[in-house]
Design a protein around this ligand. Structure first.
Ligand SMILES: *Cc1c(COP(=O)(O)O)cnc(C)c1O
Length: 364
C-alpha cells in the first residue's frame, strides 16, 4: 500500500449511500456520560454472578453453532412481556437496531418507503436507507405530540410500506396514546412498528401497544434490553408480533445470528428481571428532578415518559454542550434548534449535570 490512503469516493459505493453520514453519537471517556440513554447503574452483583455461570456453561459447547431459534430466550421474553404471549410470537436480535433492520429487510428495500414522525430516533432513516428504501418524515405538533386523526392522515398521504411509531419518542420523550397506534394501523396496509424501547419508564398503569396485537397481523411491538435492563453492552433487542410475521423475519436473518454467549447471558438476566429493573423507579425520580431543576434554571423541559429529558430555550446549544463537556459531563445535542437532551443517571451523576448546567448560566 502506498502512503496515501484511498478516499470513499474512490470506491464503487452504492450511489444511494454516497454523501450519507454514519451514526455518530460521540463516545468520549468523560466521568459523567449521560448522552445515549443507557441505564448508568451497573448490573447487580448477584445477577452478574448468575450470568457468568450461564456463560461458562454455554462456553463448554461453543464449538457448536448455537440454537438458531434461541428457544429459551424467546420463552424468557414471552414470560417477561406477559399478555398471554407465547414464544412463537417473539423475535430477538443483537440490539433492537438489528430487530428493526430485519423488519426493514423483509418489508422495505428498494422501491419501498418507510415513514416516521420527526424528530424521532435517528437510526430509523439510517436503517431504512441501508436497505435501499426511501425515508419519509411526517411532522409533530409544537409540543412534539401527534394526534390520532392527524397521524392517520399523514400516514395515508405518505402510503408507506413500514411506519415507525416511537412510543415514548426519542429524542423528545413524548408519550404516544394508543388511539394513535389504532388510527395509524387503519390508515395503512403496511407494517406498523411501535418502538417501546423506553416503555419501562412510563407511568406504571399505562397500557403497552402489546394489548393491541391480537387481530392485527401487521402490528409489531419492539423492545430492548439496552435501556431499563442495564444491558446495552450485551446487544439484545426483541419484538412481539403475529407468528406469521416472525416467519417473515426468518427469511432475512443470518443463520445463528444470536451467539450462544448472548443467548445465555440474556436468558440469565431475564430470570432476574425484577432485580435488573430495580433501578427504574430511582431513574424516573432523577428524570423528574432534572425536569424540575432545568425549569427552575429558566429552560423548558418537555414531558418525558423515558429515562431522558429534552430541554429547550437553550440560547446556544453547541456552547452549552461544550461547557458541560469541559466540566466532565457528556450530554447530547440532537440537532433540534435551541434544545439539548440529557439521560437521567444516578443521583450523583444527575447532581453533577445539574450543578454544571447551573454554572453555565441560566437561559436568557
Ligand atoms: C436506544 C433505542 C433503541 C435500542 O437500541 P438497541 O439496538 O437495542 O441498543 C431502539 N429504539 C429507540 C427509540 C432507542 O432510543
Amino acid at each position: 500500500m502506498g502512503g496515501v490512503s484511498a478516499r470513499l469516493e474512490d470506491l464503487p459505493l452504492r450511489p444511494d449511500l454516497r454523501g450519507q453520514e454514519p451514526y455518530g453519537a460521540p463516545q468520549a471517556p468523560l466521568p459523567v456520560a449521560l448522552n445515549v440513554n443507557e441505564n448508568t447503574h451497573p448490573v447487580p452483583q448477584e445477577v452478574a454472578d448468575d450470568i457468568l455461570d450461564s456463560i461458562a456453561l454455554a462456553l463448554r459447547e461453543v464449538n457448536r453453532y448455537p440454537d438458531r431459534e434461541f428457544t429459551a430466550l424467546r420463552e424468557g421474553f414471552a414470560e417477561y412481556l406477559g399478555h398471554g404471549l407465547t414464544r412463537d410470537q417473539i423475535w430477538a436480535a443483537n440490539g433492537s437496531n438489528e430487530v428493526l433492520q430485519h423488519i426493514l429487510q423483509a418489508f422495505a428495500g428498494p422501491g419501498r418507503r418507510a415513514f416516521g414522525f420527526g424528530p424521532t430516533y435517528s437510526m430509523y432513516p439510517l436503517l431504512t436507507r441501508g436497505t435501499g428504501a426511501e425515508w419519509v418524515e411526517g411532522v409533530r405538533g409544537a409540543d412534539f405530540s401527534v394526534g390520532a386523526q392527524d397521524a392517520a392522515s399523514q400516514v395515508a398521504d405518505a402510503a408507506p410500506d413500514v411506519v415507525f411509531l416511537c412510543s415514548p419518542n426519542n429524542p423528545t420523550g413524548t408519550p404516544m396514546r394508543l388511539d394513535v397506534v389504532e388510527a395509524v394501523y387503519e390508515a395503512t396496509d403496511g407494517i406498523v412498528i411501535v418502538d417501546e424501547a423506553y416503555h419501562e419508564f412510563a407511568p406504571r398503569d399505562e397500557r403497552s401497544a402489546l394489548t393491541l396485537l391480537r387481530g392485527r397481523e401487521r402490528l409489531v411491538v419492539s423492545r430492548t434490553m439496552s435501556k431499563a435492563f442495564a444491558f446495552a453492552g450485551a446487544r439484545v433487542g426483541y419484538l412481539a408480533a403475529d407468528p406469521v410475521f416472525i416467519d417473515a423475519l426468518r427469511l432475512v436473518r443470518l443463520p445463528y445470528h444470536l451467539s450462544a454467549l448472548t443467548q445465555a447471558a440474556a436468558t440469565a438476566a431475564l430470570r432476574h428481571s425484577p432485580v435488573m429493573l430495580g433501578m427504574v423507579d430511582e431513574i424516573v425520580a432523577q428524570r423528574d428532578r432534572i425536569s424540575a431543576t432545568v425549569e427552575a434554571l429558566g429552560y423548558t423541559a418537555h414531558e418525558s415518559w423515558s429515562n431522558f429529558v429534552l430541554f429547550g430555550d437553550v440560547d446556544e446549544p453547541a456552547a452549552t454542550w461544550r461547557a458541560l463537556y469541559d466540566a466532565g459531563v457528556l450530554i447530547r445535542d440532537v440537532g433540534i434548534p435551541r434544545h439539548l437532551r440529557v439521560t437521567a443517571g444516578t443521583d450523583d451523576e444527575t447532581t453533577a449535570f445539574l450543578d454544571a448546567l447551573a454554572s453555565v448560566g441560566s437561559a436568557a
